[in-house]
Write a protein that binds this ligand. Structure first.
Ligand SMILES: O=C[C@H](O)[C@H](O)[C@H](O)COP(=O)(O)O
Length: 260
């Protein structure tokens, strides 16, 4: 079995970003299918190169995978501050603002990324957008009174610069999806977000809202992979873009078990 072009793109981005991890670092480990490629690659470097670092996972899924790979896992409380976080995203715009939370891990991801000197996002080229909002925006809410919280969210959306205003409670089969922190997720189907900063501030002021999936001014570097193994590294601070190619021959064999 070989990787699909989409998985090759994710894998290429993840493998390139794994090079940013150096011995002795404390590293935030993201969640999702792209982050899973990263953790597998870091596991390889741990075993084959003797790379030693400490990883702070952003979900129980990621913690389990990192431990499986033999990576030393510590909590954010133990780490206090991180050198680097590498994570996936659902959408990335030209200013490296993001929508995250498609996998339901946005709260821990935002806390971990914000507690890091540098955040690197790994994504396939399909995640790049002109304007955020085609991907439903996840909002994490406490279960208590969630219907009232949802009604308030819908009310504030009326005054926002967005194209759609429907919302849905994320489900896991017949039951509401529950995050690692015991919360629910309400997905906002906005189609286009005209003013992400204003929307983020307004949403987080609603009682019952814990956090939303807009990551604004948090990401420093985007590592974007293509299906042919090409990788573009966009760095916000320098404004520069570097293009490289990742040889995925090895990844074809090693990582197929985590492909979508
Ligand atoms: O909650 C999940 C995260 O924000 C993921 O990083 C995001 O959904 C991207 O996931 P994937 O790499 O599977 O597309």
């Amino acid at each position: 079995m070989t990787l699909t072009p989409l998985d090759r793109a994710k894998c290429a981005a993840a493998c390139r970003a794994a090079d940013f991890v150096e011995g002795g670092m404390k590293v935030g480990l993201g969640t999702g299918s792209t982050a899973a490629f990263l953790i597998r690659r870091l596991g390889e470097r741990w075993r084959e190169e003797g790379l030693r670092f400490r990883g702070v996972p952003t979900s129980t899924r990621t913690a389990d995978l990192a431990r499986e790979e033999g990576i030393e896992v510590i909590s954010l409380e133990e780490a206090r501050w991180l050198d680097l976080t590498i994570d996936g995203a659902d959408e990335v715009d030209g200013s490296l603002n993001l929508i995250k939370g498609g996998g339901g891990a946005l709260l821990q991801e935002k806390i971990v990324a914000t507690a890091s000197d540098r955040m690197v996002v790994i994504a396939d080229a399909g995640k790049r957008v002109e304007t955020l909002g085609a991907f439903p925006l996840p909002v994490e809410v406490v279960p208590f009174g969630w219907t009232a919280t949802r009604a308030l969210i819908e009310e504030v959306l009326v005054g926002m610069d967005v194209l759609g205003r429907t919302t849905s409670l994320r489900m896991n089969g017949d039951m509401p999806f529950v995050t690692d922190e015991g919360h629910y997720i309400i997905d906002l189907h906005l189609n286009r977000i005209g003013n992400a900063r204003q929307l983020s501030l307004v949403l987080n002021q609603i009682p019952g809202v814990v956090e939303n999936g807009l990551f604004l001014d948090i990401c420093d570097t985007l590592v974007m992979g293509h299906g042919d193994g090409r990788v573009e590294v966009h760095d916000l601070a320098s404004g520069g873009t570097e293009e490289t190619r990742v040889d995925l021959a090895e990844g074809d064999n090693v990582f197929t078990d985590i492909a979508d």
